[in-house]
Design a protein around this ligand. Structure first.
Ligand code: PSU
Ligand code: MN
Length: 307
């Protein structure tokens, strides 16, 4: 909040934080790289409204003209949605150069956690996180999101991770780095479009208050790192496992054939899966983000009420 010459906290967000009110961070890569225009803009604005209806203040995070923004205006959200993949996807390694050059950057889970923490925000809702990619035993492609969860004290609410990743190795990595994985109302790790992965989370928690209490304990003990809350997609929006897994397998095969590498892999896979499943996967994606925004708001509220 102070002493960071690159950070701009939106006044509404700064006031809420100063008053101890619940604030929920949102990422911008999901807008620019995770969904097509115009559904991306519509979804980003709806998510903010849902958070407000739940009694919290939304803070969509991005880098604009070299400024780290905690809280965007509707115009800024529309700008990100329209520019889409033309905006640089900014991970931890990128933000110093982007800010020094005065450029724009779409924040991933990693950089959204970083900027949220700089601003004093502890709760963050998104769709899916990055993880250990299939074939990582040879490519070493492991998302910086996992390392950030290990180091930065923010609770991230997601719908699990997409099966574009190796979910088993992703859990192993999180275990090694001491990140608690919580299932909201479930013992099974959800897999984004699907409620099922066949893998177990570390803790099942059934109320936002329980999650807030665990986060409080983590803070009071002075532990570094955050928590990952996995919230299954509502049953009525879940996709047929055979359909979604078929599309994912094909997308992964094509990425290998085409030699897609580095930061391009995740956006490539997300876009290809959406194409292969038509509008269905996009609709599921939008609904699970709304669902996560509601849970993150409830956790932030429970945390604020027990301060
Ligand atoms: N997974 C999704 N949707 C997303 C992303 C991942 O299901 O939008 C985005 C998030 O911004 C996440 C990033 O932080 O991709 C991870 O990219 P990488 O795998 O290159 O670390
Ligand atoms: Mn990667």
């Amino acid at each position: 909040m102070t002493g960071n010459p690159y950070l701009d906290v939106k006044p509404e967000v700064a006031e809420a934080l100063a008053a101890g009110k619940p604030v929920v961070a949102l990422e911008s890569t999901i807008i620019s790289h995770g969904m097509p225009y115009p559904q991306n803009v519509e979804t980003a604005l709806n998510v903010e409204n849902i958070i407000r209806e739940c009694g919290a203040v939304p803070a969509t995070i991005a880098i604009i003209g070299g400024r780290l923004k905690a809280g965007l205006t509707a115009e800024e959200i529309a700008y990100f949605g329209k520019k889409g993949r033309a905006i640089a996807k900014a991970s931890r390694r990128d933000i110093a150069a982007i800010c020094a050059r005065g450029e724009d950057g779409a924040t991933t889970v990693t950089t959204t956690m970083m900027i949220a923490h700089m601003a004093g925000i502890s709760f963050f809702a998104t769709g899916g996180i990055g993880g250990v990619h299939r074939g990582a035993e040879t490519t070493m492609d492991i998302s910086a999101d996992l390392e950030e969860l290990a180091n930065t004290p923010v609770t991230v609410v997601c719908a699990g991770a997409k099966a574009i990743l190796d979910l088993k190795l992703t859990l192993e990595y999180l275990e090694t780095h001491g990140v608690p994985v919580i299932g909201y109302g479930t013992e099974e790790l959800p897999a984004f479009y699907s409620r099922h992965s066949g893998l177990k989370v570390d803790y099942r928690m059934d109320t936002p208050a329980e999650i807030a209490a665990a986060f409080r304990a983590q803070r009071q003990m002075g532990l570094k790192g955050g928590m990952l809350v996995t919230n299954p997609i509502p049953e009525q929006y879940a996709m047929d496992d055979a359909v979604i897994n078929g599309a994912i397998d094909q997308a992964v095969r094509e990425s290998v054939e085409q030699g897609v590498k580095g930061k391009e892999i995740t956006p490539f896979l997300l876009a290809r899966v959406a194409e292969l499943t038509g509008g269905d996967s996009l609709d599921s994606n939008i609904q699970l983000v709304y669902n996560n925004a509601r849970l993150a708001s409830a956790i932030a509220k429970a945390y604020a009420e027990t301060r």
